[in-house]
Design a binder for this molecule. Structure first.
Ligand code: ADP
Ligand code: MG
Length: 339
């Protein structure tokens, strides 16, 4: 299992010893001043681990994180009929729907990521995507796809920055923030911890993590899962003060006639994206890493890496359709570090 670090590094030997320390700490039990909790929320597992000397402050902070996750879920889930986003999906074809600043801003950012990824990240994927049910093994019919493919496209969304409203300009449009909302939630949660004076923490929602500070003198060790073996890590990264998101074809999927149908949809076709198995993005902000991991997944190795290498502060590890790992220009593996 390779260990991966960011370039540039001045002293390879020092980097190597830091990496060994990171792996050691990853397997250590949580100590007295470390506090941790996990819960099933937002259709995924949310975990918080943080350091604080005062157990009461720690516990209150952890509760605040879960409350924040619930708040964001209530606002943005498409599984909840009462969410603000569900109201938009219901009403925005008939009239402009005025939304909260928070939802408006996140939709606005989502549209910017569509531009950055040349349309690979597109929240209107759901126009067709809503007809997949991965638990039930259902996919849209050919007729549904044909009828709704034209509803995918950010040109079908009109954002009015004056009254902060959202309107759909074509029939059949549906938006879903599943590719960006978890990153937003962990980013918001970490901001909340910072405001409470917490300096060392990791908040994870499914495949999206935001790290605050280091692991008290060492980097945090974050693993990338082997897409075809649940028990195994494909790589490990020592990180501090960064966000990391992984999008994979192995979380929500079913197979039919030997084809894997999974939850990342190519907006151009309405079918699951199959150029790669997983994409991990490392960067300063979890909203960014979440959206980019989904977008780069759709783009594949060639176009995806070209995009990542053109963006400042963003790195990627891509596992392609054959299981081969690819690294962006600012990363190096231990094979290099050991020389
Ligand atoms: P996870 O939800 O497992 O963390 P991702 O961050 O990769 O994984 O997001 C996948 C989710 O993003 C899907 O479940 C869906 O809600 C949404 N999605 C799927 N395809 C796209 C796309 N092309 N653009 C934007 N969002 C997408
Ligand atoms: Mg994502």
């Amino acid at each position: 299992m390779p260990l991966i670090v960011r370039l540039p590094r001045t002293n390879i030997t020092i980097v190597w010893s830091v990496l060994v320390a990171a792996v050691a700490c990853a397997s250590m039990p949580v100590q007295a001043d470390w506090h941790a909790e996990k819960k099933a929320l937002m259709g995924t597992e949310i975990s918080v681990q943080l350091w604080h000397e005062d157990a009461e402050v720690a516990q209150r902070s952890i509760s605040a994180v879960f409350a924040e996750m619930r708040r964001i879920d209530a606002l943005m889930s498409t599984y909840k009929d009462t969410s603000e986003l569900s109201q938009v999906n219901k009403l925005a074809l008939d009239r402009a729907v005025v939304v909260s600043d928070e939802l408006f801003e996140l939709i606005h950012r989502a549209l910017q990521f569509s531009a950055v990824t040349s349309g690979a990240f597109d929240i209107t994927y759901a126009s067709v995507g809503q007809h997949y049910d991965f638990r039930a093994g259902q996919k849209p019919t050919t007729a549904q796809k044909r009828a709704l493919l034209a509803s995918i496209g950010i040109a079908n969304i009109e954002l009015n920055t004056v009254d902060r409203s959202v309107r759909f300009t074509a029939a059949g449009v549906r938006i879903d923030l599943g590719g960006i909302a978890k990153g937003y939630a962990v980013e918001s949660a970490v901001a909340l911890l910072q405001a409470r004076g917490i300096e060392h923490a990791i908040v994870t929602a499914g495949g999206d993590s935001r790290i605050l500070g280091d692991h008290r003198g060492r980097p945090w060790g974050v693993g990338i899962r082997d897409p075809r073996n649940r028990q195994q890590l494909a790589a490990q990264l020592p990180l501090q003060d960064e966000a990391i998101s992984t999008s994979g074809d192995y979380e929500r999927y079913f197979e039919a006639d030997g084809i894997r149908y999974h939850h990342i949809i190519e907006p151009a076709t309405g079918d699951s994206a199959r150029k790669v198995r997983s994409v991990t993005i490392i960067g300063p902000d979890a909203v960014m890493t979440d959206a980019l991991s989904t977008g780069v997944f759709v783009l594949g190795v060639k176009k995806g890496m070209a995009l990542v290498n053109s963006l400042a502060q963003i790195e990627a590890v891509i596992i392609d359709a054959r299981g081969v790992m690819h690294f962006s220009g600012g990363l190096q593996t231990d094979a290099v570090a050991k020389l």
